[in-house]
Design a protein around this ligand. Structure first.
Ligand SMILES: [Zn+2]
Ligand SMILES: [Zn+2]
Length: 258
């Protein structure tokens, strides 16, 4: 299992995953040109991508989705609810490249489990990617850790989870009150301390790598997010390989140990 985050935050999200030689992207929140270039940085050709999975309709997750689907004949997997509200942004897709997510789906013997998360889109999902005893789980925009989320992340070797804002920075930043209130609501984003608590709860011996993603530029900073999580882990005597993902950086490919 290999993973590289091509960038994450409110200016764009996209994640490359390779399992048993099957290569997929989750979200395409950069321009088509940028996604192609970002893949080249990690030595991957966009033509080798088998599918593009979409978490929800917000622009930072779909900006280049329609373009790369048309240009590289790339199948998109999206919920019907998300598609209905962003159809105009995706543009015309070849019907054979449009797949509505209804439940688990498969690429050869790799299974993908979508699960609902709380966020202020019409519908938002996270994904678990499983192959034999390997498991990777991702949730990038998530207002609240529900039992469904806990259950889905359980047993993952690689976890990709939002670490969006620092509460005090959010409260003192320039956002209007309604935006602050939206961000911190159960349908908004996850704060550093909630992510930290969730990870201490999730921790198990096989959890080998955690990517902290969707860090806000306005109400968080990378060191603060990393330190908040690290502090909670140390307090609980947990040693984890944590990587904070920056908006404009492509993370080097991480290969799971299993
Ligand atoms: Zn969103
Ligand atoms: Zn987002």
């Amino acid at each position: 299992m290999k993973v590289s985050i091509l960038g994450s935050g409110s200016s764009g999200n996209s994640t490359f995953i390779e399992v048993n030689k099957v290569k997929i992207l989750i979200d395409a929140g950069f321009s088509g040109k940028k996604i192609k270039e970002k893949l080249e940085i990690i030595g991957e050709d966009i033509n080798s991508i088998k599918a593009l999975l979409i978490t929800h309709e917000h622009g930072d997750h779909i900006l280049g989705a329609g373009i790369i689907s048309r240009k590289y004949n790339l199948p998109i997997y999206i919920t019907k609810e998300s598609y209905d509200v962003c159809q105009h942004k995706l543009g015309k897709l070849d019907p054979s490249n449009l797949n509505f997510i209804k439940g688990d789906f498969y690429f050869e013997d790799i299974s993908i489990t979508p699960f609902d998360v709380m966020h202020d889109a019409v519908r938002t999902i996270g994904f678990s990617v499983k192959y034999m005893d390997k498991k990777l789980t991702l949730a990038t925009d998530i207002g609240h850790i529900t039992n469904i989320v806990r259950e889905q992340f359980k047993g993952s070797q690689i976890a990709i989870i939002e670490c969006n804002y620092d509460y005090n920075m959010l409260m003192s930043c320039d956002y209007p009150w309604d935006l602050k209130s939206r961000v911190k609501s159960r349908n908004g984003h996850l704060c550093n301390t909630d992510t930290a608590k969730f990870l201490t709860e999730l921790y198990h011996e096989d959890l080998e790598k955690v990517f902290l993603v969707h860090v806000s530029n306005d109400s968080n900073c990378y060191d603060l997010a990393y330190n908040a999580v690290e502090f909670e882990l140390i307090k609980n005597d947990i040693d984890l390989d944590l990587e904070i993902v920056k908006q404009n950086t492509v993370t080097p490919i991480y290969k799971s140990k299993k």
